[in-house]
Design a protein around this ligand. Structure first.
Ligand code: ITT
Length: 193
């Protein structure tokens, strides 16, 4: 059973491919001729994940899975949240991280708590299946590690390791995306009925 992963983010795609290895599903990327996903006009992770999944599924006529995710930082009242990808002017991973570190300059370690959130939506012909995952941690003061993507170099997990110091397998044992994925798998067969 095939699902298109409705993402332009290669980091997410790699993690999905690894997750799918332990499932009966095959995840495929969106074809190159689809240059852009629609604007993320929703107010929640769910709204935006649905926009992506529905657009790709309706365009290609096969089931699709959308991922909307981001980082909620307590000292910033939950920002950047659904705006995580568009936090800095360029939207580049490094610039997003630098802006976050700069905005937390005055905040001491115990108050740098944060969490990654992920909403997954699988969509096909009007049928919707959704799930959520969370990863608790805190924002570091410096970059560390070269794996992963996005905010991984500045996110410290309970083990003390930055997410970017973990390989894909280790990250997938604990991540917000893998939690949401495991929950999604329970209901996913309904999409194909
Ligand atoms: P698509 O919309 O094409 O899927 P995107 O990167 O724009 O790609 P989002 O709108 O969901 O995806 O934005 C997610 C943001 O949160 C983006 O800045 C990511 O780098 C970051 N993010 C999400 N999951 C992450 C993870 O596991 N590790 C590090 N950063 C993550």
């Amino acid at each position: 059973m095939k699902l298109v992963v409705a993402t332009k983010n290669q980091g997410k795609l790699k993690e999905f491919k690894q997750l799918a290895e332990e499932s009966p599903y095959k995840f495929i990327p969106i074809p190159e001729y689809i240059e852009d996903l629609p604007p993320e006009t929703g107010n929640t992770f769910y709204d935006n994940a649905l926009i992506k999944a529905k657009f790709i599924s309706d365009s290609l006529g096969i089931p699709a899975i959308g991922d909307d995710s981001g980082l909620e930082v307590d000292a910033l009242n939950g920002d950047p949240g659904i705006f995580s990808a568009r936090y800095s002017e360029t939207g580049l991973d490094k610039d997003n991280c630098l802006k976050l570190l700069s905005n937390l300059k005055e905040i001491q370690a115990p108050l740098r708590s944060a969490r990654f959130k992920c909403c997954l939506v699988a969509y096909f012909e009007g049928k919707i299946i959704k799930s959520y995952g969370t990863l608790e941690g805190k924002i570091a003061e410096n970059f560390k590690g070269s794996n992963g993507f996005g905010y991984d170099p500045i996110f410290v997990t309970a083990s003390g390791l930055h997410l970017a110091e973990m390989d894909k397998k280790e990250k997938n044992k604990i991540s917000h995306r893998s939690e949401a994925f495991r929950l999604l798998l329970k209901d996913l067969p309904q999409l194909f009925i």
